[in-house]
Every structure is written in structure tokens, then in C-alpha cells.
Design a binder for this molecule. Structure first.
Ligand SMILES: Cc1cc2nc3c(=O)[nH]c(=O)nc-3n(C[C@H](O)[C@H](O)[C@H](O)COP(=O)(O)OP(=O)(O)OC[C@H]3O[C@@H](n4cnc5c(N)ncnc54)[C@H](O)[C@@H]3O)c2cc1C
Length: 426
């Protein structure tokens, strides 16, 4: 009998294991490496993460661990790509590069917006209230379709918090007349390991833990307290802690009532295809990351791993990674090789690189990327959580808590669960 069995070797599972202590727990991870979304991998001599990953952890518990590996520190300077223009982020504060006609439409519509609302029925209403119809329709609403894979009017608004900047008229006007604007991005400092990719942040915790890889959970028997894995093995537990996505957890859990299954099916997340590209020349892009608004270019976002750390690409080379999002409601109907061709063409159109620069191009599927905040999310999440509490399964992390958690928040979710369990079972 294993005292604590932890399902999922992402940052939440690993932090939970670290604070419980090696002697009392084992982590079971379906993939051939640990890290989950915080993981990294090598392609030839290049290092890639699972999409843009930099740490902006603030809490001392996370910094005590994440600061251990030597790391670089950055001021974030995100950009936007829109019809051949490179525009500082966020666009609403930085209209300077837009054609005059468009600037006028943006400003007029901002001034005409109805901004007395405090309650919003949906994200579209929130966008119209903050930015006016023209800016909202042109930029964040289009981006919503690419990133959240649905219309803004179908999403709720609690997730927004400080993630979207609401400018004053002075900021809009200044940004329309000058390219010398203040940085208003909601994170001021970001960190990244010098070596080994983003996964290196987890190494101080993972190195002494018992992490079993290639262990996909296929059945959980909550009555007899055991978990079965894809390879036919089985483990009995005293305490079960899960960071695997709630809909997947409910699928493998035995004897779940229909009402709970139905609620879990309504919890929707996007999937992501990362297209990672290695180039045979340095500095293909000078942007750490950027958002893409054009509808005829599939990726929502792209970044340059070699700008996060020069060790992510061999000497004289550089790299980029593009993120393309899908959901059950919006599928990318394209083979991987057609997707690679699309990325190659898009890089030519964006004047980033041409085919002669490319050493390799690789597509990877990430099944769970971002939770989508539909209006019924909280009701369905509560139904599933209450059931898990009833059957004694503890849930942690982005997909256990089913919330918009950054890596440090997922870490804290795992850590707090470890403290809770230790106190309970001391
Ligand atoms: C594209 C992207 C960019 C991001 N960028 C940042 C950033 O810059 N900064 C930041 O702080 N945060 C960022 N985040 C958020 C961050 O990645 C997450 O908060 C964090 O990694 C979630 O960790 P987790 O352990 O909760 O989940 P996961 O990392 O998903 O871990 C869950 C683990 O469970 C495993 N698993 C699933 N099913 C099974 C099964 N049946 N059996 C066994 N194991 C299973 C999975 O393989 C996975 O390893 C980003 C997220 C995305 C999608």
C-alpha cells in the first residue's frame, strides 16, 4: 500500500510530492518524461517548451525553488502582428502604426462606447464596454476566436482579472500619436532557466522524487482504493491526489453517476498544436513573443525559444514555435504536413524566414491547453468537485482545480494540498 499516490507529473503533482516527501509518495505520469505543460524536449540540438513559458512567480515558496537553477530575467515586451504591421502590445494603447483612417475609427468608437456598465452578460459586452466596438471587433474578438476557439459572446468574464488592459482616453490618444508609450503588460518581470528549457525550474523538486513514467491511468476503483495503468500494473493507495484533467479523471473512475459524467462532459478545454521550427541562421525573429490577429494565419501566438535562452539553439542558429488552438467546437481540419506548409508560407508572408532558412519543422499535439470559460463552467465544475470530495479523491493543478492557473499557481495548488494532507494525517 502506497501512502500517497499522485496522478500526473506536471508542476502541481511534483510540488505536491516534494512537500509530502519522497518516502511517502509516488507520482504516476502518462508521458515518457515529467513536466506536463511545464516540460521541455529536445529536437536535434534545439530545446523547445510546450508553448511560450516564462515564470513570473511572486510567492516566496515558488521563488525558493524556481530561483535555484541559474536563470535569465526579462522585461516582457510582447508584440502584435496585424496585416504586415508589428505593433507594441496591447494594441488599444499603441495605435500609432495603424493607418490614419483606422486610428480615427478606433478612437471614435472608443469615445462612443457605453462605459457605465458594471455587470457583463458575456466577454463581448465586456470588450465593447472597455474598448468600443471597432477596436473590440478588429482585435480581441478575432483573437478570442483563435485562442479560445469560440465567439466572445459565448464566454463569461470572471477569468479576465488583470489580463486585459483597460486604457484611459489619454493613453489611447498618446498611443495613437506617438510610439513612445508606457509598458502596461500585467507582468513586469519574467524568468527563464539558462539551460535545459523551462523544465529545469522543476528539477530541484523532481530530482529526489519517485516518478514513474509511461503510466497512463486507465481505471480508478475508489471502493477498493486502487489505480490501474495502461501497462497492466496496479497500485493500492491510502490517499489519492489527481492533477489529471477532470473530464479524463471522471472517464477512468469506476461507477460514476450519470449526472456527474454529464457535468464533466461540459467542462471544455482547448487543445494545442505546437509547430516548432529550427533555423540555420541566427536571429530569425527579434521578438520574444507576439500575438497574431490575421484570420488567414492559423497560429494565435508565436515565440522565439532562442531568445528565452541562447542555449535553446546551437551556435549560429535560432528557433521559433507557433501555437495553434483547437476545441471540440473548432477543429483545425488539416494534416500535420499541410500545417507545416501553412506555417512556412505564413513565415514568408510575415517576412520572418523562407524555406532555405529551415532545418526542421515539427508538430506536436497537446491535448489539454487552456480551460474555456463558458457560462456554465462554475456550476459543472462544482458538481464534479463535490463528487470527488465525496469519494475522497483530492484534486490539484490547472486541470484538477479546473481554473486559469499559471505555473506558480499550479505549484501552490499542489503544495497546499500536501500541507493540508500532512496536517490531516499527522
Ligand atoms: C501554451 C501555454 C503557455 C503557458 N505559459 C505560461 C507561462 O509563460 N507562465 C506560467 O506561469 N504559466 C504558463 N502556462 C500555464 C502552466 O503551463 C500551467 O499552469 C501548469 O503547467 C499546469 O501544471 P499542472 O501540473 O497543473 O498540469 P499539467 O502540466 O497538465 O500536468 C498534468 C499531468 O498529468 C498527466 N496526465 C494526464 N492524464 C493522465 C493519465 N490518464 N494518467 C497519468 N498521467 C496523466 C499529463 O501528462 C501531465 O503531465 C501556460 C500554459 C499553456 C497551455
Amino acid at each position: 500500500m502506497n501512502n500517497y499516490v499522485i496522478l500526473g507529473g506536471g508542476v502541481a503533482g511534483i510540488a505536491c510530492g516534494y512537500f509530502l516527501g519522497r518516502e511517502s509518495c509516488t507520482i504516476y505520469e502518462k508521458d515518457e518524461d515529467y513536466g506536463g505543460l511545464c516540460g521541455s524536449r529536445k529536437i536535434n540540438d534545439f530545446t523547445f517548451d510546450e508553448g511560450l513559458h516564462l515564470s513570473f512567480a511572486k510567492s516566496s515558496e515558488v521563488r525558493d525553488i524556481f530561483d535555484k537553477p541559474s536563470h535569465f530575467t526579462y522585461n516582457p515586451e510582447p508584440y502584435n502582428y496585424y496585416k504586415g504591421l508589428w505593433i507594441k502590445h496591447p494594441i488599444q494603447n499603441n495605435l500609432y502604426k495603424l493607418p490614419t483612417d483606422e486610428k480615427v475609427k478606433c478612437i471614435k468608437s472608443f469615445l462612443e462606447r457605453e462605459n457605465s456598465k458594471e455587470d457583463y452578460n458575456n466577454y463581448e459586452e465586456w470588450l465593447y464596454t472597455q474598448y468600443g466596438k471597432y477596436i473590440a471587433d478588429k482585435f480581441p474578438k478575432l483573437y478570442t476566436k483563435k485562442y479560445w476557439c469560440d465567439d466572445a459572446r459565448n464566454l463569461e468574464t470572471k477569468w479576465i482579472q488583470n489580463r486585459m488592459y483597460s486604457p484611459s482616453i489619454d493613453e489611447i490618444l498618446k498611443g495613437a500619436m506617438s510610439d513612445n508609450t508606457n509598458d502596461v503588460y500585467y507582468v513586469k518581470e519574467m524568468r527563464y532557466p539558462v539551460r535545459g528549457g523551462h523544465k529545469s525550474f522543476l528539477e530541484p523538486m523532481a530530482k529526489n522524487l519517485d516518478i514513474k513514467l509511461d503510466k497512463k491511468v486507465i481505471l480508478i476503483d475508489g471502493k477498493h482504493n486502487y489505480v490501474e495503468f495502461y501497462d497492466g500494473s496496479k497500485v493500492y493507495y491510502e490517499n489519492l491526489i489527481s492533477s489529471i484533467p477532470l473530464p479524463e479523471l471522471i472517464k477512468v473512475l469506476k461507477d460514476v453517476p450519470n449526472e456527474i459524467i454529464n457535468a464533466s462532459k461540459k467542462l471544455i478545454a482547448t487543445s494545442m498544436k505546437t509547430v516548432s521550427v529550427g533555423f540555420n541562421r541566427p536571429n530569425v525573429s527579434d521578438k520574444l513573443w507576439f500575438y497574431i490577429y490575421d484570420e488567414n494565419i492559423l497560429p494565435a501566438r508565436a515565440h522565439s525559444p532562442n531568445l528565452k535562452s541562447s542555449n535553446n539553439a546551437p551556435y549560429g542558429c535560432s528557433s521559433m514555435q507557433f501555437e495553434i488552438y483547437e476545441s471540440p467546437y473548432k477543429k483545425i481540419d488539416m494534416t500535420d504536413s499541410n500545417l507545416c506548409e501553412h506555417i512556412k508560407k505564413s513565415m514568408v508572408n510575415m517576412k520572418i524566414a523562407d524555406n532555405n532558412d529551415i532545418l526542421f519543422i515539427d508538430v506536436k499535439d497537446v491535448q489539454y491547453a487552456n480551460i474555456v470559460f463558458y457560462k456554465d463552467i462554475y456550476k459543472n465544475r462544482e458538481i464534479v468537485h463535490k463528487y470527488l470530495e465525496k469519494v475522497g479523491i483530492h484534486y490539484i493543478g490547472r486541470f484538477g482545480e479546473w481554473d486559469y492557473l499559471w505555473s506558480d499557481q499550479s505549484f501552490l495548488s499542489g503544495m497546499n494540498m500536501a500541507f493540508k494532507l500532512k496536517n490531516i494525517y499527522k
